[in-house]
Design a binder for this molecule. Structure first.
Ligand code: GRF
Length: 196
């Protein structure tokens, strides 16, 4: 049984979708939810599911990423995860941290990568006049939002869409895509999952 640590920064809806999927014959179980921000809704969602939840606040480290990641690594070590799932975790990790978890760390990004790495993905898709948008689950590498894609889900961009209305439509697919990819990944299967 693979042990999964889920890193969050906010509401944790993807964390909840992952956690709720890891039951029965699923090859993995959540062992820790870790937030870099205290008091966020995702921590309550984890506690409500009986999952160990904790905070490593990045602010006291005043931008010293290596020191922050040393604290993150120490807390992770207590949970002994085999896999890290970034789920709305909004800190950019250093190449050193990523190298330690190479091939064992996933992230969900709200665009059809390689389109729109970074922020404001939905506004950029609308501004570009795209007819389709979506989300991607990828392995985390030192190149931001550029690791091997293990799954994608597509949604239509509708007339009159705002970044908010499109984000809501994409988020629904995120909650289907990420659990599907994690189930395969935890079983050692990197065959991409394609939805929509
Ligand atoms: C999601 O849209 C995810 O793709 C992005 O941040 C959002 C987090 O949502 N990285 P939640 O915290 O999982 O609800």
């Amino acid at each position: 049984m693979k042990r999964v640590a889920i890193l969050i920064s906010g509401s944790g809806s993807n964390m909840a979708a992952l956690a709720d999927s890891m039951t029965g014959d699923h090859p993995a179980r959540p062992v820790l939810v870790l937030s870099n921000r205290p008091g966020v809704a995702g921590l309550e969602r984890a506690a409500a599911r009986g999952i160990e939840a904790d905070v490593v606040d990045h602010r006291p480290f005043a931008g010293d990423r290596v020191a922050f990641e040393a604290a993150l690594t120490a807390r992770l070590a207590q949970a002994r995860p085999d896999i890290i799932a970034l789920a709305g975790f909004m800190r950019i990790l250093t190449p050193g941290f990523i190298a330690r978890w190479q091939g064992r760390m996933l992230n969900i990004h709200p665009s059809l990568l390689p389109k729109y790495p970074g922020l404001d993905t939905h506004a950029r898709a609308i501004a570009a006049g795209d007819t389709q948008a979506g989300c991607s689950v990828h392995e985390v590498t030192a190149d931001l939002d550029a690791g091997p894609v293990l799954g994608q889900a597509r949604v239509p961009v509708r007339e009159g869409d705002t970044a908010e209305s499109l984000a809501a439509r994409v988020l629904e697919m995120e909650h289907l895509l990420y659990p599907a990819v994690l189930r395969r990944f935890a079983a050692g299967d990197r065959t991409p999952v394609m939805l929509g």
